[in-house]
Design a protein around this ligand. Structure first.
Ligand code: G3P
Ligand code: CA
Length: 257
């Protein structure tokens, strides 16, 4: 169950085109698509009325003009907050403020994205898992998604099913790095690793992980990689996917630009 060609060095837009547009919003995701990404990654929470919505944090404070828990607002109310309010590249200009960019629902995003685009969907709460399972069936997404989560409980109900699962970090797989290297079959229900290059301040031995995972046909995707030199270092180690806030930069670098 390999979603992205591991030999093609797939480039994945992290929360869309996050370096240039407000994360986890429709414009950000569509910008990433326009750049030619191989996949987009985004995060899910549940609204007060039980609707899947795109949001990284459990609260609205960091990215919108509103405050408080995402789960304290209905999907309709979340559509009306300004999800572009706090985006700035230099701390002075806020080009997306007041542009009516709201918090999108999962359904809106699926309807707006190209029908065959691969997706890495990160569950930020295990409370959203059953809603996601229903949405996967409704939109017939099983063959084009990796579902990931830091909390293993969030993806546990999907184990053994027809959906590819990703481990968001070594711990998520019950795999602190030494265990991962000793006993990679512990990850047998995972189909991809989506891991950072360092974990709690300790560098992750990416090359060793790649070599260990390869015979098990588990691709390694690394987040979050925002420079061409870093991407090239990882590619030299055999890393498959690069998850980047600035996917255009990585795409240009991959093609020799
Ligand atoms: O799924 C990989 C990556 O997105 C996890 O980090 O904090 O951006 O959700 P975060
Ligand atoms: Ca994420």
């Amino acid at each position: 169950m390999i979603l992205l060609d591991p030999d093609a060095r797939p480039v994945i837009g992290h929360r869309g085109n996050r370096a240039h547009a407000p994360e986890n919003t429709l414009p950000s995701l569509l910008e990433a698509v326009a750049l030619g990404v191989d996949a987009v990654e985004f995060d899910l929470h549940l609204s007060k009325d039980g609707v899947l919505v795109l949001m990284h944090d459990a609260t609205l404070d960091r990215t919108t003009d509103a405050k408080g828990p995402v789960a304290s607002r209905t999907a309709a109310e979340l559509r009306d907050v300004d999800a572009g309010a706090r985006f700035s590249r230099n701390g002075r200009d806020f080009p997306w403020r007041g542009k009516r960019v709201g918090v999108p629902t999962f359904d809106e995003v699926i309807d707006a994205l190209p029908a065959t685009l691969p997706l890495i969907i990160e569950l930020k709460t295990a409370a959203a898992t059953s809603m996601l399972q229903a949405a996967i069936a409704r939109h017939k997404l099983a063959g084009r998604i990796i579902v990931a989560g830091f909390d293993p409980e969030s993806t546990r109900p999907l184990r053994g099913g027809n959906v590819a699962l990703g481990a968001s970090q070594p711990e998520a797989a019950g795999l602190v790095v030494p265990a991962l290297l000793r006993r990679p079959v512990a990850a047998s229900w995972y189909h991809a690793l989506c891991i950072p290059p360092a974990h709690i301040g300790i560098p992750v031995p990416v090359g060793a992980i790649v070599r260990t995972m390869r015979p098990h046909r588990i691709p390694t995707h690394i987040w979050t990689v925002n420079s061409a030199s870093h991407a090239h270092r990882l590619w030299r180690k055999g890393v498959n996917g690069i998850i980047s806030d600035d996917p255009g930069l990585i795409l240009a670098s991959r093609s020799g630009g």
